[in-house]
Ligand binder design. Structure first.
Ligand code: FES
Length: 340
């Protein structure tokens, strides 16, 4: 039996490795030609200390307290030279991919479908040529825009493991990707780099609050699909805020999750004054106290920088400190590589 281990490096690069039953993560990484930090490999020095973000594992019993204290172990820290996974795991590695002699991966895909929604956003679907790319729900890739010498970053809107991958792209007049998509043809080959980013769904332990700004909806579609696969019973509330009425896209798709996830609810919000939408304003104005659970909630946000700042201020003003707050700021040109 093999487990899939996602190694998420400090520079946002994620590499997936296979770890055999009873194998130590450090050895599995070495087999995959990834040199994780290490020195003694005997559980003595602590150099290989990483953080296990999710999954189950055996910490090993051959290390000393100086290398990993009981409190550190309780907080999710592990020694990769001792750790033996007993399920798929995500491990945050506190150094860059290049320091571990690895880096970003490239893969090819072919345009399968381009669908415009309200002339405000485009759903781009790609067929992956080789094996379906491994990624964590919420992560993004860089897509090389043919003929431009430039790339743009987009979060996957589909779940990991599918042969068809999807992206939700904001239509920007004069934008490099928008211009290319206007004349792009099905069957065109594209080159992608990734997966990237530290914005991904962690182990679900408490209610979730998803806050999406515009096409920042994409990573949540990926997360919702994974939660539906897992038959999650956890409470999930999505607030999807946009600027104009026509920016509200894929609401039908969101509605399907209300049928598939027993404790999923969502609300749409439109900011512009002239909107005819029943909920107008900003997402923070439509965030009732019950979705914050007095702070016993994991919050995920993907949206433009002012939205991140406004939500932070809202938490400060309301005196609610969520158990965790993960966010990804994006600008029209790129996903900013910033998360917490
Ligand atoms: Fe020294 Fe793991 S490499 S404790």
């Amino acid at each position: 039996m093999c487990y899939k281990i996602a190694l998420n490096f400090e520079d946002g690069v994620t590499r997936f490795i296979e770890c055999k039953e009873g194998e130590k993560v450090l050895d599995a990484a070495f087999r995959a030609k990834i040199n994780l930090p290490m020195d003694c490999s005997d559980g003595v020095c602590g150099t290989c200390k990483c953080r296990a973000e999710s999954g189950s594992y055996d910490l090993g019993d051959d290390y000393i307290d100086d290398a990993l204290t009981a409190d550190e172990a309780k907080a999710g820290l592990v020694l990769t030279c001792q750790m033996k996974p007993t399920s798929d795991c995500v491990i945050a590695v506190p150094t860059t991919s290049t320091a571990c002699k690895t880096g970003q991966q490239k893969f090819a895909a072919t345009v399968a479908e381009i669908a415009s929604h309200n002339d405000a956003a485009i759903v781009l679907e790609l067929d992956v040529e080789a094996a379906a790319p491994a990624f964590l729900p919420g992560q993004y890739v860089n897509i090389d825009v043919p003929g431009s010498g430039q790339s743009r970053s987009y979060s996957f809107s589909t779940a990991p493991g599918e042969q068809k991958i999807g992206f939700l792209i904001k239509k920007i007049p004069g934008g490099v990707m928008s211009n290319w998509l206007e004349r792009a043809a099905v069957g065109t080959k594209l080159e992608l780099t990734g997966p990237l980013g530290s914005f991904y769904l962690r182990e679900v332990k408490r209610p979730l609050l998803f806050l999406a700004g515009g096409t920042g909806l994409a990573p949540f579609l990926s997360m919702l699909e994974v939660l539906a696969w897992e038959n999650s019973q956890q409470e999930v509330h999505l607030i999807y805020g946009v600027t104009r009425d026509l920016d509200l896209v894929l609401v039908d798709e969101i509605e399907t999750y209300a049928a598939r996830l027993p404790n999923f609810s969502f609300a749409t919000v439109v900011a512009e004054e002239a909107s005819i939408h029943p909920r107008k304003g900003w997402v923070t104005q439509h965030m009732p106290a019950e979705v914050l659970h007095g702070g016993d909630v994991d919050v995920y946000l993907c949206g433009p920088p002012p939205m991140v700042d406004a939500v932070r201020k809202h938490f400060d003003d309301s005196g609610v400190k969520p158990k965790s707050f993960h966010y990804e700021k994006f600008t029209p040109n790129a996903v900013a590589k910033e998360a917490a």
